[in-house]
Design a protein around this ligand. Structure first.
Ligand SMILES: [Zn+2]
Length: 67
């Protein structure tokens, strides 16, 4: 398994909350989770999408209670 093919792109105008550097934030998907990373320091954060959460729990819909 190669992890080197993850596409990373800069987020225009984004500011690192840790070191305050501008245009240093990279956005990429790690295991389907949107992840941001600063190139100037070791800051990383993962954004769990609310819609993705709902979709992952969607399998519970379809459980019917018999009368
Ligand atoms: Zn930073």
């Amino acid at each position: 398994m190669s992890m080197s093919k993850i596409k990373k792109r800069f987020v225009a105008g984004a500011k690192c909350p840790k070191c305050g550097a501008q245009d240093s934030i990279l956005l990429f998907k790690l295991n389907g989770i949107e992840t941001v990373e600063c190139t100037d320091c070791d800051y990383t954060a993962q954004q769990v999408d609310e819609q993705a959460k709902q979709q992952s729990s969607g399998s519970l819909i379809g459980v019917f209670k018999p009368e």
